[in-house]
Design a protein around this ligand. Structure first.
Ligand code: NAD
Length: 422
């Protein structure tokens, strides 16, 4: 079902009105959305998910707006504790929308298992023997997890690496379709390891996937017209050039590149969390990929295009699933996927990458103009007021007092609250 992700004034509405609007646009009942995000995962369900459970821990879920990707609109559920992330992403996505939106493509969903051996005396002969037995090994991998073949995936390729001093590694590349695939390929790797050791004349070491999922990359690009970037007092062209300078800085300086990439993960992680995916796996893969040249580099870069628009590109590995793990158990994850209405794991990865690129644009635009603190601290004022003890009825007035006084501190919020109560 096609929807419009542009909802002017959404932030001004009440929580109930927002739920109604989002559920209505997606054709879901408000009760479904409420059950998923009000009640959500119960302690009893959680007790079946991890060990030593004592309860559940909630985080806010917001909806990122304005995202248009490959000519389709998406409402993006985002789970995050940091104020301003959802607003900033939605704002940048609106600028990109004026240039037609995001476009991208994702690799096949390949997850790779490593079967590692020790004591391989002749790595060249081992590589030849393993490569010659590829067909047998691929068939053996599929026999260890036949379900994946039913879904159209399966083991695709064998690769070998000599890591020196008798350390020999076999990569098993598996098309895991709509799963993240860790358990699946780990099962295959354990099943194949004895035969691989026999072929390579070595001793079995570790058998587990690699989180450097570099065969499962996503590439997204966008173009924002310079006029859309203008701020009060700074022309769009000037903002564009400052964003390009900020990108070039990150391309030269790993300290800056790390924060640049954190700004990208500000968009990606909330989608990964909302959809019940493994954020540690995504983080490990993203930062390893950023270092693939030997120097830590930005995952997204920005340039001025031939028409004068700001053009951005992002590339990173994203091993995400829409089935498997605890995705179907968690009511929030299930409903987040319904809101997104993605049909494949690749489509989810594209949405996450576009959200990351939008977040990066928002951060760079703020940094290149008024600085990050102005918008961030204004939005942060609400959590400062809540920390000071303001009730739902008091919070708006406390926020106004500390924002007007340009004193967004806990001390100022406590004083404003005291004054208000007096
Ligand atoms: P999984 O074990 O739940 O396997 C996916 C299941 O989905 C399979 O049973 C498969 O048959 C089924 N399925 C249904 N429809 C499918 C479709 N269209 N495409 C593919 N499969 C389909 O989950 P997984 O994805 O193999 O593993 C993910 C889990 O493994 C995550 O919870 C992750 O945290 C965890 N894990 C991660 C690591 C790591 O990243 N290093 C290591 C171990 C485990």
């Amino acid at each position: 079902m096609s929807i419009d992700s542009r909802i002017p004034g959404f932030y001004k509405r009440s929580l109930d009105e927002r739920r109604c609007e989002i559920a209505g646009r997606r054709g879901l009942s408000t009760d479904t959305v409420e059950a998923a995000f009000e009640k959500g995962l119960t302690p009893q369900m959680a007790d079946k998910v991890i060990e030593n459970v004592i309860g559940v821990y909630a985080l806010p879920v917001g909806v990122g707006l304005n995202l248009r990707l490959n000519d389709r609109d998406y409402l993006v559920p985002m789970v995050v504790e940091e104020p301003s992330v959802v607003a900033a992403m939605s704002n940048a996505a609106r600028m990109v929308r004026e240039g037609g939106g995001f476009y991208g493509e994702a690799d096949d969903p390949i997850t790779t298992a490593q079967i590692q051996l020790w004591d391989v005396a002749d790595p060249k002969a081992a590589a030849e023997a393993v490569t010659a037995a590829s067909a047998e090994l691929l068939a053996g991998a599929n026999a260890a997890f036949p379900d994946i073949v039913k879904f159209g995936g399966g083991a695709r390729e064998i690769e070998t690496f000599d890591r020196g001093e008798g350390c020999f590694v076999v990569h098993l590349h598996v098309d895991v379709r709509d799963a993240m695939g860790a358990n699946m390929v780990n099962t295959m790797a354990e099943a194949l390891a004895p035969r691989v050791a026999e072929l390579a004349k070595g001793r079995v070491g570790l058998r587990i996937l690699t989180n450097l999922a570099d065969r499962r990359c996503v590439r997204v690009r966008c173009s924002a017209p310079a006029e859309a970037l203008a701020t009060e007092g700074i022309t769009g062209e000037a903002v564009r050039d400052r964003i390009v300078d900020a990108s070039r800085f990150a391309e030269r300086d790993p300290y800056r590149a790390t924060t640049h990439n954190k700004g990208i993960m500000n968009g990606i992680d909330p989608v990964v969390l909302a959809t019940g995916n493994d954020w540690r796996a995504v983080e490990a893969g993203a930062h390893a990929y950023a270092s693939k040249s030997g120097v830590y580099r930005p995952l997204a870069t920005w340039r001025s295009g031939p028409s004068g628009a700001l053009e951005g590109r992002i590339e990173l590995p994203l091993a995400l699933g829409i089935v498997g793990g605890t995705i179907k158990v968690h009511p929030g994850a299930r409903t987040a996927l319904e809101l997104l209405d993605v049909k494949t794991a690749r489509e989810l990865a594209l949405v996450a990458a576009a959200t990351g690129l939008a977040s990066n644009l928002a951060a760079l635009r703020a940094l290149a103009t008024v600085g990050i603190q102005k918008g961030h601290m204004t939005l942060h004022a609400r959590s400062v007021a809540a920390t000071a003890g303001a009730t739902a009825e008091e919070i708006d007035r406390v926020v106004k007092a500390i924002v007007d006084a340009k004193q967004i501190t806990l001390e100022a919020a406590r004083k404003a609250l005291e004054t208000l109560r007096r």
